[in-house]
Design a protein around this ligand. Structure first.
Ligand code: HEM
Length: 205
């Protein structure tokens, strides 16, 4: 028997553990902050890099939660089944990583670069959605809210998708070309994710 055949050690079994997404979210956020502290030259740059990189590591966690059922529909297997079963935990792992983004951006806007309240509204609403969804990611809330639960999570996940897409699309066309690479790779990636979801839904019908 190969090591990878042992259920406890296979990738699917590891992904199927309840704590895996949360540990990945926590580790990713902390590594992003650590890297920013090492790479930045002075506190303002460290805070900016921490905000940037914490958002960047949270994006893949979001995409796993966003695409879990799509991937399973398009390619059923042990790994996609594990992702689907743990979809709520991937959402919580994303919420954890994005809470570290919140801490980094608060340092940023309070200590170094205050921004007008009006420019913060879209992001603040996204955080309200993230925490509302995290708090209701359990069977009891799903039973209590009925169809309202489905709508809350459907609208919430697409609103968060929209904020990610706008963030990266604006980087793709930013006046400073230093922002272009991540914008031009990640904005199309979010469009592909949406297209895959729509395609999988159409195929089901
Ligand atoms: C009011 C709330 C928010 C504020 C003030 C804020 C602030 C920031 C700051 C300061 C940066 C770094 C900017 C730079 O690189 O020059 C950043 C990056 C980013 N934020 Fe936020 N953010 C907020 C909420 C959100 C939310 C809710 C999302 C996603 C749902 C998000 C996604 C992003 C993305 C995608 C980046 C770029 C990361 C990269 O370069 O890869 N932000 N944000």
């Amino acid at each position: 028997m190969r090591l990878s055949d042992r259920p406890g050690l296979s990738a699917a079994a590891w992904l199927d553990r309840r704590w895996t997404p949360l540990l990945i979210g926590l580790a990713a956020g902390l590594v992003a902050v650590g890297a920013a502290l090492l790479a930045g030259k002075g506190a303002p740059q460290e805070a900016l890099l921490a905000a940037r990189w914490t958002a960047r590591v949270a994006a893949p966690l979001f995409l796993v939660a966003y695409l879990a059922s799509t991937l399973w529909r398009l390619s059923p297997g042990a790994i996609t089944a594990a992702l689907l079963r743990r979809r709520r935990q991937w959402g919580l792992g994303f919420a954890l990583a994005h809470t570290i983004h919140l801490a980094a951006l608060l340092v940023n806007i309070i200590a170094f670069r205050p921004r007008p309240v009006a420019t913060l509204v879209g992001g603040a609403l996204a955080y309200a959605m993230i925490y509302l969804m995290a708090l209701t990611s359990n069977d009891a809330s799903q039973r209590l809210l009925g169809r309202g639960w489905t709508w809350l999570h459907r609208i919430g996940i697409h609103y968060i998708w929209l904020i990610f897409f706008i963030s990266y699309a604006s980087r793709a066309i930013h006046a400073d070309p230093a922002y272009h690479v991540e914008g031009r790779i990640l904005a199309p990636l979010f469009l592909v994710a949406l297209a895959l979801r729509l395609y999988a839904q159409r195929r089901r019908r």
